[in-house]
Design a protein around this ligand. Structure first.
Ligand code: NAD
Ligand code: IPM
Ligand code: MN
Length: 359
């Protein structure tokens, strides 16, 4: 197949991990006989520097026309002045909003070979397989913001429609998996959470009676995620809770550098990106873990291009690389570790053994 993929490397380690992931995608294209055209555009801090805008119109237009978008990360100290008027992160938020990507899928599956990288006891981690569905275009991120000399405010609001569509996505996923959905909120305090809980309960009752639904408060969930992660299947939650809980959940896998994501809406277009940021502390050193971005490419192939064998190929090759202890610094306890590019190369080598092309 032919596909147009927009690549937004962004800032910090973004260009390093996307370059590594593209080497994997190019190999997939060669093996399976596809033609992927990659179109690179600016977003984030680099776009502020070059165009004075964290999401230039040309970038958004290219994404709207593409079959899928692969993104690295945005942000960094250069653009982080608390009084800055324009920030890299605004570009990412505008992209998600502009493409209508309301559901952010963040799978968490600790790998058996990397359990030592996690601060959690290994016996709690075996068999953990969680899918977090984070609402991505509403809530406190997008409400009105005010700032005066002696006060500031961020409005958190949700409409019934916004809740219904993301919760339905989560129910559908739960139905395909183990039939268990946990909805996370703060309904003991927040009005938006009480609406969230009402809507979720109604949709469960009316449309997904076969899925077991539970409501859990976000503070308790932060604890349960670490004490009994194996119990969970699909977790759905609003924008900010989902942001925070998934960075926490990355510690089950052992590193932020292992968690991919897919941001989806009603159409085929999706943005695929690691859940981590631009990691300014390691940027430019060539040591960032590329697996989260490589696994995001697998999600891209599956969700936007419908290339299921190719997606499985990447996931099996990453499994193989981890089994072979192809560890970057964040995963290694021995002091020995691979560079970003060498880790991507290890994945490519594993394709030989793990990917079969139907004749
Ligand atoms: P971060 O995710 O960039 O880094 C947190 C820690 O995890 C750092 O110690 C970093 O070195 C490590 N880390 C992250 N990714 C890694 C990888 N692939 N391999 C190895 N180690 C990795 O979070 P932060 O430092 O709080 O934020 C830095 C900047 O990134 C901020 O400007 C923030 O807004 C931005 N950010 C962007 C995104 C995004 O573009 N989607 C996501 C999160 C944060
Ligand atoms: C993420 C990031 C972003 C978010 C920031 C950079 C706007 O933390 O993708 O998880 O909070 O959504
Ligand atoms: Mn985040």
């Amino acid at each position: 197949m032919q596909a147009n993929i927009v690549v937004l490397p962004g800032d910090g380690i973004g260009p390093e991990v996307t370059a590594a992931a593209l080497s994997v995608l190019r190999t997939v294209a060669r093996r399976y006989g596809h033609e992927f055209a990659f179109h690179e555009h600016d977003i984030g801090g680099i776009a502020i520097d070059k165009h004075g805008d964290p999401l230039p119109a040309a970038t958004l237009a290219a994404c709207q026309k593409a079959d899928a978008v692969l993104l690295g990360a945005v942000g960094g100290p250069k653009w982080s002045d608390p009084n800055a008027r324009i920030r890299p992160e605004q570009g990412l938020l505008a992209l998600r909003k502009g493409l209508g990507l309301f559901a952010n899928l963040r799978p968490v599956r600790p790998h058996p070979a990397a359990l030592n990288a996690s601060p959690i006891k290994p016996h709690l981690l075996t068999g953990v397989d969680i899918m977090v569905v984070r609402e991505l275009t509403g809530g406190i991120y997008f409400g009105d913001k005010t700032r005066s000399a002696d006060s500031a405010s961020d409005l958190c609001s949700y409409s019934v429609d916004e809740i219904e569509r993301v919760v339905r996505s989560a129910f559908r996923l739960a139905r395909q998996r183990r039939g268990y959905l946990v909805s996370v909120d703060k309904a003991n305090v927040l009005e938006t959470s009480r609406l969230w809980r009402d809507v979720t309960a109604r949709i469960g009752r009316d449309e997904f009676a076969d899925v077991r639904l539970e409501h859990v408060l976000v503070d308790a969930m932060a604890m349960h995620l670490l004490s009994k992660p194996r119990e969970y299947d699909v977790i759905v939650t609003e924008n900010m809770f989902g942001d925070i809980l998934t960075d926490e959940a990355s510690m089950l896998a052992g590193s932020l550098g292992l968690l991919p994501s897919a941001s989806l809406g009603d159409g085929k277009i999706g943005v695929y990106e690691p859940i981590h940021g631009s990691a300014p502390d390691i940027a430019g050193k060539g040591i960032a873990n590329p697996y989260a971005t490589i696994l995001s490419c697998a999600m891209l192939l599956r969700h936007s291009l419908g290339l299921y064998d190719e997606a499985d190929c990447i996931e099996r090759a990453v499994d193989g690389a981890l089994n072979a202890h192809a560890f970057t610094a964040d995963l290694s306890s021995s002091g020995q570790h691979l560079s970003t590019d060498a880790a991507a190369q290890a994945v490519i080598e594993q394709m030989q053994a793990h990917c079969y092309v139907a004749e």
